[in-house]
Write a protein that binds this ligand. Structure first.
Ligand code: FAD
Ligand code: UDP
Length: 380
């Protein structure tokens, strides 16, 4: 008998388990169908001793002091300025678009004023961009959109940018100064000893039990609990009763190389060449000192049997279908749907931590009104 059965040991499930156990003394059983904790943020040392992010690069960043403070209980940080490049038209470009990119384009030095004046000429006048194509062309015009965004987006999502919410491409900053960091949040850092080590600390509480290689379907047959926290795909929870939600999947192709570094940046994007979208060499960011390196090529692929649902698809049609599930979820008693897959949102790690902390607050308040709902179990 557990107070909470938690499905999924990613950020959503782990933060909730940690809070329930440490703040309220609740017993939590986490079931995770993979053979490890950490969800998509899981990292591991490969055969060559290189720390790799198994499910694609995870660049932690946030503007929230509360989230930094919370996670800092379980890790120290290595501050990193995430910098990447884009490869197209036979050369490397500074990316995201900034004054240096503009200078590369015009082949001479320039100024922010000149770049702004040029963008003002190129940009398409759209007051309220409704999709990912509009959000980019309204800032930089067609030429730069076609160089850097159009085909990358098609490759990544198997959809045109105009069929995706503006938030997808809109999350990439466009700057007219020389700030060439990929992201703009004030805190950009990796857990000093990796994500997995951070998760291990978070979950090492006597009231938390983790069962790996265990699916919810199996666990629900024999585990007793008062409240369920579900962080898996919401359509799967409801046996796809309204149809399958669309997801985008990926195939990761790692390659170990007997050299210190393979490329000059931690990530190179390939908008117009190859079937993969990017090559990631995370060692640039982790700062590991080793004579060998590991790169990972990322191939987008359709979601289907045996494949992971990495990305919910931020688009009106997918959201309309999700809405049906969300309405059913709202009437589900004693179940919380938390996380990227359960709320079908293209959220970053810090947003998921925030969502989990908010759900903890909500459940804690509810418990204060209805203490009998969560009787403390003596069995861990
Ligand atoms: P997940 O990490 O997906 O965890 C859910 C867990 O539930 C999984 O481990 C899954 O196996 C388990 N599960 C699902 N169903 C069941 C079931 N039926 N039974 C048992 N277990 C189940 N965010 C950033 O902030 N920065 C980045 O740079 C970044 N890069 C990313 C790159 C890629 C390629 C991807 C895919 C995501 C990236 N993210 C990034 C997003 C980040 O991964 C998510 O925000 C975060 O991991 C979501 O946490 P979660 O707990 O909601 O879900
Ligand atoms: N994008 C693009 N070209 C790039 C990088 C990103 O068109 O060189 C678009 C693409 O649609 C991508 C989105 O911007 O899916 C968000 O990019 P990000 O690197 O944040 O994607 P993630 O790391 O979440 O896969």
């Amino acid at each position: 008998m557990f107070d909470f059965l938690i499905v999924g040991a990613g950020f959503a499930g782990s933060v909730l388990a940690e809070q329930m156990a440490s703040q309220l003394g609740k017993t939590c059983l986490i079931v995770e169908r993979r053979n490890h904790i950490g969800g998509n943020a899981y990292d591991q040392y490969d055969a060559a001793g290189v720390l790799v992010h198994k499910y694609g690069p995870h660049y932690f960043r946030t503007n929230s002091d509360r989230i930094i403070q919370y996670l800092s209980q379980f890790t120290e940080w290595r501050e990193v300025e995430y910098k990447i490049l884009s490869w197209t038209h036979g050369r490397y470009w500074q990316f995201p678009i900034n004054l240096n990119t503009f200078e590369q384009l015009i082949g001479r030095s320039s100024t922010s004023d000149e770049m702004e004046a040029q963008l003002a000429e190129w940009r398409v006048d759209i007051a309220a961009p409704k999709n990912s194509e509009e959000v980019i062309v309204s800032q930089v015009g067609w030429k730069l959109y076609e160089m850097f965004f159009k085909n990358y987006t098609r490759k990544q999502w198997h959809r045109d940018a105009k069929d995706l919410d503006s938030s997808v491409c809109g999350r990439i900053p466009i700057r007219t100064n020389r700030d060439d960091r990929y992201l703009s949040e004030k805190f950009q850092a990796l857990p000093k000893n990796g994500y997995t080590s951070m998760f291990q600390k978070m979950l090492s509480h006597p009231k938390i039990e983790v069962r790996l290689n265990t699916d919810y379907r199996e666990a629900r047959e024999h585990v007793q609990f008062n409240h369920l926290i579900f962080t898996g795909p919401i359509d799967e929870y409801f046996d796809h009763c309204f149809g399958h939600l669309p997801y985008r999947s990926l195939r990761f192709e790692p390659e170990s190389l007997p050299q210190e570094f393979f490329q000059s940046a931690m990530q190179v994007n390939f908008p117009n060449d190859h079937d993969f979208t990017r090559i990631v060499e995370i060692k640039h960011a982790t700062g590991q000192k080793l004579p060998s390196t590991t790169i990972v090529r990322e191939y987008p692929q359709d979601f289907g049997p045996g494949r992971e649902p990495y990305y919910p698809i931020p688009a009106p049609d997918a959201r309309a279908l999700y809405q049906k599930y969300a309405e059913r979820a709202a009437s589900e008693k004693d179940v919380s749907f938390v996380g990227r897959l359960a709320t079908y949102r293209y959220y970053n790690m810090d947003q998921i931590v925030g969502m989990a902390l908010a759900e903890f607050d909500r459940l804690r308040r509810k418990e204060q009104v209805l203490p009998a709902l969560y009787p403390r179990s003596s069995v861990v």
